[in-house]
Ligand binder design. Sequence first.
Ligand SMILES: [Zn+2]
Length: 303
Amino acid sequence: MFSETILTKSDFIYPLFIVEGDNVKNEISSMPGQFQMSIDSVLRECEELLKLGITSILLFGIPNEKNEVGSGAYDDNGIIQKALRAIKGAFPELLVITDVCLCEYTSHGHCGVIADGHVKNDETLELLQKEALSHAQCGADIIAPSDMMDGRIAAIRQTLDQNGFADTPIMAYSAKYSSAFYGPFREAAESAPQFGDRKGYQMDIRNTDEAMREIALDIAEGADIVMVKPALSYLDVIRRASESFNLPLAAYNVSGEYSMVKAAAERGWLDGEKVMIEVLTSIKRAGADVIITYFAKDIARIL
Ligand SMILES: [Zn+2]
């Protein structure tokens, strides 16, 4: 009766990694219980998610071929485009969010176009606009740009509005830190940078004022939902954002946060289930309205 924080199934968004092929379901070795799946396998997964009461998913695409400009990201027959048509066709009631970035599609693994060894911000924006529009046209319910280029929210908002998708919300990865907790995800999404790092466009882990400025900018540019990523080492940022902005706040409980709990539980060093509940409760207690988490199925089974 007096619990201040209560987890419910509708708090959670489940990330899915989609690959080309038939009947593919390959476990990601650094993320036990998580898989790269082909579209047919993803459809079976969606059925299971709905049975468990998880109704929101976040899609990441892993194309067969990558190139310098990440053209698979905005190809009408790209992996996400095909997946969107299949998933929304079979399960219109599922809320489908798509990751909009180029790093899964570029041969160099960076989130944008490269020239002279650097990511070019403005050239990248054009490609992100194409990618976001293509996702909306294929049925995406929410567009989630994760690239951290300057001006991307305004650019994507403008493209969506001009093409009849004024009602498609944008969930902005606003405060995305340059974190070592992303390690397992890069195996899952095959998106590790081939040179350098992402510190030029992701945030310094030592800063919170900067996070507030990034969030304010994204809101000014038209974001409908803002995000703090990662979650567990950034509960202070989540708390500060939830008190500073009157907009839905998402937190991404990232791959490394998931994997370390699973690894410790496998060794019997931690009670994995209790730690999962504690972690997810802390993220919500800090102020997150929704939590993107690989634990979504595990927690749904308990709730
Ligand atoms: Zn990226």
